[in-house]
Ligand binder design. Structure first.
Ligand code: PRX
Length: 633
């Protein structure tokens, strides 16, 4: 076995040969003529001229050898139901949905917004888009109508697909009513909404002419056969919106061929998932982890993928481990938050089940603290691999790569740069590489490897400006994360360099939350910061200046509640601040920039740092006071 260090070196020094070999893992209907076109930096086009299809690789390709094998197992502890689909059945389901979409006028290149709970139909819809070359954009169900409307206007979909509702902790969460609301706000609504009715929302109503009932339409396409549309490798496969430093979400655009190769390769080399084995990823289809490792990755690898609707502690804290036991899960992928939640429960739940089928547990999405890493490793008795990546990269960027070399794991570290990534830790102002043990910005020297974002949907300029313009005189991709490397070459991620926060593994921009808070008519100005939270990693806290005079505690409480409701309505409850503190003035520099870092430091009980540029020190004193007051109450 070659050492991982050599493997990685070859992926950088002999880039094209390396990826040409990896590309053999997927089916090419037409072979590519060039491995990489990097004639327009920083844009990279992988496998130029090659034609393939993600749905073909995920479904059709497996039909001869594993048509009767389970492809998808859906388990809902919310509605107490399990449904399984073999590859042959999945193929039939996806073909039907593809035909249904075509009957509603969806063509290659059209966008389709999918706003759905964790039901198998959402997986069919995603794969059906891929099959006919439509570009899906899945929006996480936790986002509210206004956020959905912003995404609709950016993507301009030909069709939206939704369900009446989902369920969380036994409570119905309506989806369709939110879609209705968002379509009233949107300037570019689609012609049709395809509705999968689960019978959860009793007050469901349909808009005649616009809304189409899934089950009724399905009847006319029961035996549909829809051929895969072959796509040139660099054509877009999907758009996934993610948060950044501005209030405007970015549409991360992904290609077809590069993504297929990166996923097929990572499934083998990183996740060690083989055909016939089972993978259980506990994320949601609305996030990148759901795209890559609930749907496309495991299916491309010919595995059985488990899709779970529910929470980790219901009916009890053993439910995930029971799934591992009952389905002989070989590869599991979750987030540190979930493990911290489980850590608070009775450890007996872990011992109750046989988890010996598990090769590894992979965790990503937010920093994995050393005590949690240690706890779960010991409790599970299996290796737990912390790995680091982003919506933008689509697959791991720092990780152990156990199928190449079983390098020892260090608690709290996502190990090393993944092959294909030329990672450099750069000093934030000089742009020079920092020595070991010193903190720097995690950057990637382009070309970005296959699988990473191709651009921002409809805005090449924003792509270059956002990601490649942080360091003067050199074009490098910035992850906006701080990192440090120890003397053994292991990396540690220290948090974001920008205003993005991570709440229970959900990525949110504090600017988006500020915009939502400011929608309240009585808010003149506000600052939102992320503060450390034992369970969720981080929580947003808002500091607001009210337009009216708030003299009593009751008035403040009332406005706080109203502001929280406004955030729920604008962005979704996942973005709701833990507290809203009212001040008469926000701490700013003399040039008018809000001192968010100082506010955050105070909120976390740290030193506020350099305050030489502050306009009015009294403003920071107010922050200190409101934090103190709340602390005592
Ligand atoms: O700040 C990093 C954090 O999550 C961000 C990316 O979030 P998202 O786009 O939702 O993609 C998640 C894909 C797993 C990163 O910029 N992050 C992700 N993984 C880790 C992490 N921080 C520390 N350790 C990790 N393993």
């Amino acid at each position: 076995m070659s050492s991982y260090r050599d493997f990685h070196r070859r992926s950088i020094e002999d880039r094209e040969q390396f990826w040409a070999e990896e590309a053999r893992l997927v089916h090419w209907q037409k072979p590519f003529s060039r491995v990489l076109d990097y004639s327009r930096p920083p844009f990279s086009r992988w496998f130029v001229g090659g034609e393939t299809n993600l749905c073909y690789n995920a479904v059709d390709r497996h039909l001869p050898a594993r048509g009767a094998q389970k492809a998808l197992v859906w388990i809902s502890t919310e509605v107490d139901e399990t449904r399984s689909f073999t590859y042959a059945q999945l193929h039939a389901e996806v073909s039907r949905v593809a035909a249904m979409m075509q009957s509603l006028g969806v063509k290659k290149g059209d966008r389709v917004i999918i706003y759905m709970p964790m039901v198998p139909e959402s997986c069919f819809a995603i794969l059906a888009c891929a099959r006919i070359g439509a570009i899906h954009s899945v929006v996480f169900g936790g986002f509210a109508a206004a956020s959905l409307a912003a995404r609709i206007d950016d993507a301009r979909p030909a069709l939206m697909i939704t369900a009446d509702g989902g369920s969380r902790m036994g409570k119905v969460v309506t989806y369709k009513s939110l879609v209705d609301e968002s379509l009233k706000l949107a300037k570019h609504p689609p012609k049709h909404v395809l509705l999968f009715n689960r019978g959860l929302d009793k007050s469901l109503s349909l808009v005649p002419g616009r809304d189409v009932d899934w089950k009724a339409l399905e009847k006319s396409h029961a035996d549909a056969s829809v051929a895969c549309t072959w796509l040139e490798s660099s054509e877009p496969s999907y758009i996934l919106y993610t948060s950044g430093t501005t209030g405007q979400p970015k549409g991360v655009q992904r290609d077809v061929g590069g993504y297929a190769v990166a996923l097929a390769s990572s499934m083998q080399r990183i996740f060690c998932g083989g055909p016939g084995e089972t993978m259980f990823t506990t994320s949601d289809i609305g996030w990148v982890v759901g795209h890559s490792y609930i749907i496309y990755g495991p299916l491309i690898a010919g595995m059985t993928t488990i899709m779970y609707e529910g929470v980790p502690i219901r009916p009890d804290a053993g439910v995930w481990w029971k799934i591992v036991q009952d389905h002989k899960v070989a590869v599991m992928f979750s987030a540190p938050t979930a493990i911290r939640v489980l850590k608070k429960q009775d450890p007996e739940y872990l011992r109750k089940y046989d988890v010996s089928s598990l090769k590894h547990l992979f965790l990503a999405g937010e920093p994995l603290d050393e005590p949690t890493h240690k706890w779960i490793t010991e409790a599970l008795g299996r290796p737990v691999i912390d790995h680091y990546w982003q919506t933008e990269t689509g697959w791991p960027l720092l990780s152990a790569v156990p199928a190449v070399e079983k390098t020892p794991l260090k608690m709290g570290s996502p190990s090393f740069p993944v092959y294909g990534y030329d990672v450099r830790l750069l000093h934030e102002s000089s742009g020079k590489e920092v020595p070991e043990g010193e903190k720097g910005v995690v950057t990637i020297r382009p070309p970005l490897p296959p699988g990473c974002m191709s651009t921002i949907w409809g805005d090449d300029e924003r792509f270059v400006k956002t990601y490649f313009s942080d360091f003067k005189g050199q074009q490098v991709y910035s992850t906006f994360d701080w990192g440090i490397r120890d003397r053994d070459g292991y990396y540690f991620i220290l948090g974001r360099t920008d205003d993005v926060i991570n709440v229970a593994g959900h990525r949110l921009g504090t600017r988006e939350i500020e915009e939502a808070v400011s929608m309240h008519p009585n808010v003149a100005e506000c600052a939102v910061v992320g503060v450390a939270d034992e369970l969720k990693g981080q929580m947003p806290i808002a500091f607001a200046v009210a337009k009216s005079n708030l003299s009593t505690a009751e008035e403040k409480k009332k406005l706080e509640k109203e502001v929280m409701d406004t955030v729920d309505k604008q962005l979704g409850a996942i973005a709701r601040p833990k507290a809203v503190h009212f001040v008469t003035l926000l701490p700013k520099t003399r040039s008018g920039k809000t001192l968010r870092r100082s506010i955050q430091a105070l909120a976390e009980g740290r030193d506020p740092g350099d305050l030489t540029t502050i306009e009015d020190p009294g403003a920071l004193e107010q922050v200190r006071q409101v934090l103190g007051q709340k602390g005592k109450s």
